[in-house]
Write a protein that binds this ligand. Structure first.
Ligand code: SF4
Length: 417
């Protein structure tokens, strides 16, 4: 029996043929994909396909895949034409390419349909609504199930192990009821922007909604449930600790190349314990930007278009449940919610850092990318890294720090706005 499909509202997708997803990243291949590519173009296949090691297969959870379609030095796939079309689209397109950017998550109440914000079509909300793409979704669901035949069983078993905070079980039904009104608010915001191009009502947005969700959950949380290690860190200077949290997360999502260590936040807080007085800087294009620079800078509020992008990104994560539990390093719910809030703040922080860098370099907006284009690129970065970042149990629990200090999210908001 197939699970019931849950489709997000107001969310659209159509391929824009930008060629972005056919650039840079290797594509995992099944044996069947390789056979079809060989039939379509044996020469290109021989020069572009390499074997995945057992370690790579285990590490990336890609047990069904045996090979990888590697990109040229230019970054392009061998099958990408000059006009940015896939040469094997109708004959031998690999399963992973066919599936992209659709995502699915098996939950106890059905299969949640989502989209990756690494896709340009998704970032710009192009094309038809997903609710009008039912035959396509059924086809993608079947591709997904063929690629991950055991995932439904594994995920459904793992939902039973989901936690509210580390060590405390989560009731999935209660969680779903809790989420529904917030999802409805986000759907209204997304529809309102699509209809009028304006934000309505003006003071409601994804950041406000995430804070309210966190407040409600924290109010229901007896302090005795928090991770004892986290309680210890809660005794440290809160403002300095804020900096030691933001800095590694900024690096984890935006540094190029990305750091390899998933324990970024845990390591940063440990470092703070050992060396409390160190000054921290963001280093961007060889310029040091301090927290004092950030405090002294105010940037223009987000435009309706920028806010809509963030609203859709947060909505998609909340809707698909891809911010905690199975599919997300089994991070506890409360930590996952704080983590998502911080990701949104990192987007604001990056706009601020960029404004400081731009003013120091004497660049004008007319000469550089628009701020919306930069935000689009950063949401793409975050979405791509979210699928690669693996939080250990301890690193995931570190986000419980936010529950200890109700002002931390507000301080982050002030620092990043
Ligand atoms: S096989 Fe086609 S869709 Fe996949 S990366 Fe190459 S060009 Fe893009």
């Amino acid at each position: 029996m197939q699970s019931q499909l849950h489709i997000p509202r107001g969310i659209r997708f159509q391929c824009t043929a930008c060629g972005h997803c056919c650039h840079e990243y290797p594509v995992p291949l099944t044996d069947d994909d390789v056979r079809r590519l060989e039939e379509a173009d044996g020469e290109a296949c021989r020069t572009s396909v390499s074997a995945l090691t057992a370690g790579e297969r285990a590490q990336s959870g890609l047990a069904a895949f045996t090979r990888s379609l590697d990109k040229h030095q230019s970054g392009n796939c061998s099958f990408l034409t000059e006009d940015k079309k896939c040469r094997v689209h109708d004959t031998a397109k690999p399963s992973m390419c066919r599936l992209f950017p659709y995502t699915f998550l098996h939950c106890p109440d059905g299969l949640k349909v989502g989209l990756s914000f690494a896709s340009t079509g998704v970032l710009f909300n192009s094309g038809e609504r997903l609710s009008e793409q039912h035959p396509q979704l059924i086809e993608m669901r079947d591709v997904f199930n063929a690629m991950y035949p055991n995932l439904a069983r594994t995920n459904l078993e793992r939902w039973g192990e989901s936690e509210f905070v580390g060590g405390s079980a989560l009731d999935y039904e209660d969680f779903s009821k809790f989420c529904r009104p917030y999802l409805t608010r986000l759907e209204a915001l997304i529809e309102s922007y699509a209809a009028s191009g304006k934000q309505s009502p003006p003071r409601d947005n994804a950041q406000v909604i995430l804070s309210e969700m966190a407040d409600v959950l924290c109010d229901s949380l007896p302090p005795s449930m928090l991770n004892p290690m986290v309680k210890l860190f809660g005794k440290l200077n809160p403002v300095k600790l804020d900096q030691y949290i933001l800095m590694p997360l900024y690096r984890a999502y935006f540094a190029s190349p990305p750091p390899v260590d998933e324990e970024q936040i845990g390591i940063a807080v440990q470092t703070y314990l050992q060396n409390e007085d160190r000054d921290l800087y963001f280093i961007v294009a060889d310029r040091k930007i301090s927290f004092a620079d950030l405090a002294a800078t105010v940037i223009e509020s987000l435009t309706a278009q920028e806010q809509d992008l963030i609203n859709r990104f947060v909505y998609m994560r909340l809707f698909t449940r891809l911010f905690f539990g199975p599919g997300f390093s089994m991070m506890p719910l409360l930590s996952g919610l704080f983590h998502l809030s911080v990701l949104v703040m990192l987007l604001h922080l990056d706009l601020k850092i960029d404004a400081i860098r731009q003013s120091a370099a004497g660049e004008s907006d007319a000469l550089s990318q628009t701020r919306f284009d930069k935000l689009v690129a950063r949401v793409r970065d975050i979405d791509r890294r979210l699928t690669a970042v693996v939080y250990s149990r301890d690193a995931g629990s570190m986000f419980e720090l936010f529950a200890l200090d109700p002002l931390r999210l507000r301080r982050f908001l002030l620092m990043t706005n």
